[in-house]
Design a protein around this ligand. Structure first.
Ligand SMILES: [Zn+2]
Length: 316
């Protein structure tokens, strides 16, 4: 079975697999999920075993993935009677339950989740985890705290995007699941907007198939395949990513690896972004700088809110 959340020994908190991915790529932390242990999120169950009774991760470190990341039981993982995370480590239908994200966060939180600094654990002494340095008052609102239930909020953009992409064949579900971003509440279906319809509404998650990624001196430009129609005329759509922004990004290495691979990839790739809405602007023509032409364009302001990925099942 898949776990939406697990207890991280090194963070002394419950985290989603998307939190783990975010931390693995974050160069400002020393986090490495291979050196951590992830335990059953059920507090009573976890208390019954030592920290060797761990779960495994799936797609915790893969920059480019197709199948939904998750935690799962190892063949030897034990649970107490009545723990809802017990159950076979392989479902009756094989691995098919791995293929979609079933935990839909009801809110995408725009400020990043912060983790409490933790005193290093010496040896294998579990009591070190109970040091009084713990200050629950400092926990951010996105923390799942001591709650056993699946966290309802996320600050990792990849999570709502995975919900949308992996459930694209179930429109009824996407139309039923609520999503809140900032002050705006809608359904997943309504929040994800194809790039060609960006004029319909501001402040949505826009997505589209990538036509090309151009590598310029000071920026990357992502061109979308579909055009926006305005007054019966088609306009190209693109977003710019400043290289300075990438240089200062805490996930710089992973991001550069991803965008450079994407720029030369032959595979269909999609770009999802939130926070900016491309606007019609006039830019000088390359061939004839005296002339200008119209294009819908935006500058990405926060790389945490942009994703380039494969998305089988999405149409262009
Ligand atoms: Zn358990």
């Amino acid at each position: 079975m898949k776990f939406a959340t697990a207890y991280s020994v090194s963070l002394d908190d419950k985290v989603s697999i998307y939190d783990v991915r975010d931390l693995n790529f974050d160069e400002s932390t020393g986090f490495d999920s291979d050196k951590d242990s992830f335990l059953c999120p059920n507090d009573a169950c976890r208390a019954a075993f030592d920290s060797t009774n761990a779960l495994s991760t799936f797609n915790a470190k893969n920059v480019n993935y197709q199948r939904t990341p998750h935690f799962k039981n190892k063949p030897g993982t034990r649970h107490i009677d009545g723990c809802r995370y017990a159950g076979s480590h392989k479902s009756a239908t094989g691995e098919s339950d791995d293929e979609r994200e079933e935990n839909f966060p009801s809110e995408f939180v725009l400020t990043r989740r912060l983790y409490e600094p933790k005193t290093p654990v010496v040896g294998n002494d579990a009591s070190a985890l109970q040091e009084p340095t713990k200050a629950p008052a400092n926990r951010t609102t996105t923390s799942s705290g001591s709650n056993d239930t699946t966290p309802d909020k996320t600050s990792v953009f990849a999570h709502p995007v995975e919900c949308y992409v992996s459930n694209i064949d179930d429109k009824d579900k996407l139309k039923a699941m609520p999503l809140k971003i900032g002050e705006h509440t809608a359904t997943y279906w309504a929040f994800f907007k194809k790039i060609e319809y960006l004029q319909d509404n501001q402040g949505l998650i826009y997505w589209g198939k990538i036509k090309a990624i151009k590598d310029y001196t000071s920026s990357f430009r992502i061109d979308f395949e579909k055009k926006v129609w305005l007054d019966k005329r088609p306009y190209s759509v693109n977003v710019y990513l400043s290289k300075k922004l990438i240089e200062n990004y805490r996930k710089r290495t992973a991001f550069l690896e991803q965008i450079k691979a994407a720029a030369s990839s032959e595979r269909p790739l999609y770009c999802f972004f939130y926070g900016v809405t491309p606007q019609l602007m006039q830019v000088p023509s390359k061939k004839n700088p005296e002339q200008t032409f119209g294009v819908f364009s935006a500058r990405i302001e926060n790389l945490d809110h942009l994703i380039i990925r494969e998305a089988p099942g999405l149409e262009s």
